[in-house]
Ligand binder design. Structure first.
Ligand code: SF4
Ligand code: SF4
Length: 453
């Protein structure tokens, strides 16, 4: 039993630590999946508390609290199951809600604990037992009363159309469509219903009008005669993520029948949160039969560009002097819906843009810090986590510059691109507070400055 070979082999087996932790997904190839239909919700029983997911948990790496990472939270769930600890409403709240539901722990868990299902379910259970943070109660009431979480008037949802010609036209087309749908011509088959609808979402409608406007203009540039949904309400994402699924059901029913009634075949989303809520929750509740297709803007743009054989050119730069960007994967688009390649493929095909990867990318990408209600309930944690993501972008930019220097071309461009309004807002806010040289943009804003030809 001597010789270096054995030592090396042993090292290979036991070394799962810092050099690779957080950057690669361990293999779960030999894992035996339990047969129970509740296997995901109850998968916390498989947690060995190995601590592997500590490496990737940005909340744990901010608070250093054992109750904040997945293994610690699973311990609490098991202890509650066994009645080893008392259910104390106030004490339980932080360990339940200080989690972004980013899903990075699920990716690295060697025994296949589906932490997202476990924690979402855990939230449902604690809420059912009366442990609801005060801020969450306000959020819930706002959504129920105004169909948005921002305490804004529902009637103001489409005010952004006042300053966006393409949005206004989409709104008018939608109104006309609604009038036509109630006419007798529909039965005779003489009314043509629009094919594409744009589901805007609350945050973009009320807080990021520039993104809705950019998306509307991009769809228009692609030659798509889309409609918006004048009766659109909050998709319910926040409610699903925070254990308030029962309160979301009315919204689901309303939005679902609204889209069905409009007759559109394709629904496009610029918000990754709305997109994942439709892809996962609406689809689940409709027994996997939605009767219309869902696309994130990046997927839809790529599809149209390919179908029409278009080329894309970023008009603010040239092939020889491209804008250097790095792409931040939103958890809701990446880990939730497996959309990693389309945004990259799209960015790569734009003449005048050059894409570089951050160290943590695709399924191992760090969260921006705003998910799972953390931004609303624990804003200071969201800020810290967003700051880390920006720092990582910064070091990525150093690599970019080095690479560019090799090519002997000078540039000052430093842009972090995302495809979710929450990521954009959280990262933009931190970049602003820190006077960061890095610009944060949504992909719709990049596409807005592109020519499709
Ligand atoms: S959730 Fe998975 S990775 Fe995390 S402690 Fe439990 S077994 Fe380990
Ligand atoms: S989902 Fe994200 S924030 Fe929550 S425990 Fe897992 S890694 Fe941490």
């Amino acid at each position: 039993m001597s010789g270096s070979k054995e030592v090396n082999d042993i090292k290979k087996v036991i070394t799962t630590g810092p050099t690779v932790a957080g950057l690669i997904k361990p293999s779960t190839e030999n894992l035996i999946e339990p047969k129970s239909t509740m296997k995901d919700e109850y998968s916390y029983e498989r947690c060995t508390h190995c601590g592997y997911c500590r490496h990737v948990c940005k909340v744990y790496n901010t608070s250093w609290s054992e109750t904040d990472y997945a293994g610690g939270r699973n311990r609490i769930i098991k202890a509650l199951d066994r009645k080893d600890i008392k259910f104390d409403k106030e004490k339980i709240i932080p360990s339940v809600f200080r989690c972004m539901l980013c899903g990075n722990c699920k990716i690295v868990c060697p025994v296949g604990v589906d932490t997202l299902s476990v924690f979402q379910n855990f939230r449902k259970e604690v809420v059912r037992r009366g442990a609801v943070p005060e801020k969450l109660k306000i959020l819930r009431n706002a959504i129920i009363q105004n169909n948005n979480p921002f305490l804004e008037q529902h009637s103001d949802r489409f005010n952004w159309c006042d300053t966006c010609e393409e949005g206004k036209e989409a709104y008018e087309r939608a109104k006309l469509n609604l009038d036509n749908l109630s006419s007798a011509d529909l039965e005779k088959g003489e009314v043509e219903t629009p094919q594409v609808g744009y589901f805007v979402g609350c945050t973009s409608s009320y807080r990021n009008k520039e993104l809705v406007s950019a998306t509307s203009q991009v769809l228009d540039k692609l030659g798509i005669k889309f409609i918006v949904f004048p009766e659109e309400r909050c998709c319910g994402s926040v409610l699903f993520r925070t254990g308030l699924e029962d309160d979301a059901l009315e919204l689901v029913k309303h939005n679902y029948s609204m889209i069905r009634k409009s007759g559109v075949k394709d629904v496009v989303f610029s918000c990754s949160g709305c997109f994942s809520t439709f892809t996962l929750e609406y689809t689940r509740l409709a027994n996997r039969k939605l009767e219309f297709d869902l696309y994130h803007l990046t997927q839809y743009t790529l599809k149209v560009v390919k179908e029409k054989g278009l080329k894309i050119r970023y008009t603010k730069r040239s092939k020889d002097n491209p804008l250097l960007v790095t792409y931040h994967d939103p958890c809701h688009l990446g880990r939730y819906c497996d959309v990693y390649e389309e945004p990259r493929e799209l960015l790569r095909m734009i003449e005048g843009i050059k894409l570089f990867e951050m160290k943590h990318n695709k399924e191992m990408a760090w969260c921006c810090g705003a998910g799972g209600g953390v931004k609303a309930l624990y804003g200071e944690i969201a800020g810290e986590i967003g700051r880390d993501r920006l720092t990582e972008t910064r070091s990525c930019m150093v690599r970019i510059r080095e690479d560019r220097l090799k090519e002997a071309i000078e540039t000052n461009a430093e842009v972090l691109v995302s495809s979710c309004v929450f990521c954009k807002n959280n990262l933009y806010q931190v970049a602003n507070e820190d006077n960061s040289p890095i610009k944060v943009l949504d992909i719709s804003q990049i596409l807005l400055d592109c020519e499709f030809y």
